[in-house]
Write a protein that binds this ligand. Structure first.
Ligand code: FES
Length: 162
């Protein structure tokens, strides 16, 4: 997560409109702007936290809360698209039973499409909460979902065991 903020700072620092561009990049990749990311930007760009939150709360586009515990971002930039992103998206939709910009009913997974995660050499790429998975095939999707189900077990599963 912090890596994404650090990369966004590195990319936009010193550019015109750098604060908004960096925040935009984090929102795009994470589905929201986490508190840790604002702190990273504040210290790296020398902008007071209060100013960052002024910007974040002014624009409806920015979200301060994660839309799901595990935010799955499927890159549909050109390189990823050509190397099979649509098939990955179909697999996520099928396995999770949700569409783009939707969350599972337990609130754990949120699915979104993003433009270029900045690692086209690994296309097709997916990130989950900022963790990058590259050179993916549709058969890799179930294990990724299983990995994150272990991180955020569904309540129903925990109750069923009792
Ligand atoms: S197009 Fe997907 S990482 Fe660049």
């Amino acid at each position: 997560m912090i890596d994404i903020a650090a990369l966004a700072v590195k990319k936009w620092k010193g550019e015109r409109g750098s604060l908004i561009m960096a925040l935009h990049e984090i929102q795009n990749q994470m589905g929201y702007v986490p508190r840790e990311a604002t702190m990273e930007i504040s210290s790296q760009m020398n902008v007071p936290l209060a100013r960052i939150y002024e910007v974040l709360t002014f624009y409806n586009y920015f979200k301060l809360e994660a839309p799901g515990k595990a935010v799955i971002s499927i890159c549909t930039g050109t390189a990823c698209y050509l190397k099979g992103a649509p098939a990955l998206l179909d697999e996520f939709k099928k396995d999770l039973g949700i569409g783009v910009d939707e969350a599972t009913s337990d609130g754990i997974f949120h699915l979104q499409c993003v433009r270029c995660l900045g690692c086209c050499g690994l296309a097709p790429v997916v990130s989950v909460n900022g963790k990058i998975y590259g050179k993916l095939k549709p058969s890799d999707i179930k294990p990724i979902i299983a990995e994150w189900r272990e991180v955020f077990p569904a309540k129903e599963t925990a109750n069923a065991a009792n």
